[in-house]
Design a protein around this ligand. Structure first.
Ligand code: NAG
Ligand code: NAG
Ligand code: NAG
Ligand code: NAG
Ligand code: NAG
Ligand code: NAG
Length: 431
């Protein structure tokens, strides 16, 4: 049912009655938490039979390294097969790799689809040859805040795990000080669709080796949120070999967009998150890469230093643009027209100048239902002085002040008519 049961079955310990209750089942969540993984957890694990998520909190498996691990008999296999658990979380556990390497294959008798390690320490290195040619039902694998020996030089392990790696669909390695992944890992992960590498130490130079030729051929979603990326150009270049990439999250990096960059994003890219990425001149940059972004649907640029709305003229299918908390004061008329084509625009927390184009434009966007949930409260005027701090929604915008051209034309016509008809009208009214 879990690494614990697997371990304990393997170790022949399941028969041992636990003296204390260490597993707790939560019926509403169909989840179960077991504390302090050890042979004493075993008797209590029966509590978790109806759980779809089982979490193991704490424990040290070091003392089991030397235990002989038997093959399972048919009744044990049947038990594993009947379990409904789909997700296993292992948290705050010291995991000797040698042990993991020997019990991992028992997962093939279960229906576990997700395996997550949180705040674990992987110790030593294992002999993974028991996994040769073996596949597992696990499709999603996640490591958060873990420590392990470096992955480089572990080609033997990847080769033993390759049957399974080639069917994995989701991999998360977050908050673990990772600086790169060996090229061989990406090549082995042939079916991977989603890769989350948030909060690590990837730098501009680590992208090309990780996303090398032939690596991650099916990857659609990639998060590099909160890493050490600096050069917009190098990032774009470093991700060129991902043929299927659709969603890219580069938020919370310190990017500098070199205006002269000629790098074109892959045409497959649909969603680009550059929120809080440190950009101040993406405006120019996006002009330079317009053509390659013709399939872009969603662009997230919140929390940057942009002074103007980036031109979206050449994004024919864009439907979402987020620009919250930048330094935008004006909405130029031409852009306003384009923005009205989008479904979801967000521009809260910008220093709006409540001239006609500022307030009137935003009010028109809001009236069309384009602005999201932060309208009206998140939109305030910074200038002119008389409206400073006002909600943009409350600034009066009269047609006369906002659009002199629109008003002038009919007024001129009316005046002209008056001039022409005036004398006659005067005559008629006198007669
Ligand atoms: C089960 O989980 C729900 C939702 O998190 C929580 O409100 C409830 O208190 C939990 N029940 C027990 C018995 O812990
Ligand atoms: C787990 O073990 C630690 C120390 O080994 C102990 O302090 C804690 O009470 C144990 N937790 C449970 C739920 O048994
Ligand atoms: C990360 O994991 C270590 C154990 O390896 C733990 O001591 C630490 O509290 C964890 N940090 C967070 C933020 O969870
Ligand atoms: C992996 O990361 C993705 C995207 O951040 C997230 O949606 C998913 O829930 C994570 N999976 C696991 C098993 O933690
Ligand atoms: C983009 O990144 C920001 C900052 O990390 C986050 O708040 C936001 O939810 C992300 N947007 C999407 C659609 O992923
Ligand atoms: C807006 O962005 C600045 C930095 O660009 C940051 O210091 C501030 O906390 C952000 N404000 C909000 C409301 O997110």
């Amino acid at each position: 049912m879990s690494v614990a049961v697997l371990l304990l079955l393997g170790l022949g310990l399941l028969e041992a009655e636990g003296r204390r209750n260490r597993c707790y089942f939560n019926r509403t969540q169909e989840s179960c938490v077991c504390y302090n993984l050890s042979e004493e957890t075993a008797g209590s694990i029966i509590q978790c039979l109806a759980a779809t998520v089982v979490e193991f909190q704490g424990g040290d498996l070091e003392k089991y390294i030397a235990f002989p691990i038997r093959d399972l008999d048919s009744s044990a296999i049947e038990t594993l097969d009947s379990l409904i658990v789909q997700k296993i979380i292992i948290a705050n556990v010291l995991v000797p790799e040698i042990l993991l390497a020997r019990v991992l294959r028992f997962f093939s008798y279960t229906h576990v689809q997700e395996l997550a390690f949180k705040s674990c320490i992987f110790q030593g290195s294992g002999d993974w040859s028991d996994m040769d040619g073996q596949t597992l039902p696990i499709r999603s694998l996640s490591f958060h805040n873990v420590t392990s020996a470096p992955l480089t030089g572990q080609e033997q392990a990847f080769s033993s795990l390759s049957r399974w790696m080639e069917v994995l669909e989701e991999l998360n390695v977050t908050s673990s000080h990772v600086t790169n992944l060996p090229c061989a890992v990406g090549r082995a992960l042939g079916a991977l669709r989603s890769l989350d590498l948030a909060q690590n130490s990837f730098g501009d130079g680590s992208l090309s080796p990780t996303f090398c030729q032939g690596a991650f051929p099916q990857l659609q979603e990639l998060s590099l949120h909160h890493n050490n990326l600096r050069s917009y150009h190098s990032v774009c270049e470093g991700l060129q070999l991902l043929p299927q990439l659709q969603h890219l999250d580069l938020s919370h990096n310190s990017l500098v967009a070199e205006p002269s960059s000629s790098c074109l994003w892959r045409a497959s890219l649909r969603h680009l998150n550059l929120s809080n990425a440190g950009l101040d001149n993406v405006h120019n940059h996006l002009h330079a890469v317009d053509i390659s972004l013709s399939s872009l649907k969603k662009l997230f640029l919140s929390q940057n230093l942009l002074q103007a709305v980036p031109s979206i003229r050449n994004y024919p299918v864009l439907d979402t643009l987020h620009l919250d908390n930048n330094s935008i004061s004006e909405l130029p008329r031409d852009e306003l027209k384009l923005l009205r084509r989008l479904q979801d625009v967000a521009m809260a927390d910008n220093p709006f100048s409540c001239s006609c184009s500022g307030a009137g434009g935003l009010q028109a966007l809001a009236a069309g239902g384009h602005l999201g949930q932060d309208w009206p409260n998140g939109y305030r005027c910074q200038s002119p002085a008389q409206y400073q701090g006002w909600p943009v929604a409350q600034v009066p915008v009269s047609v006369l002040r906002c659009d002199p051209a629109a008003v002038a034309a009919p007024v001129c016509v009316a005046l002209a008519l008056l001039v022409l008809l005036g004398p006659r009208w005067a005559l008629w009214s006198l007669s």
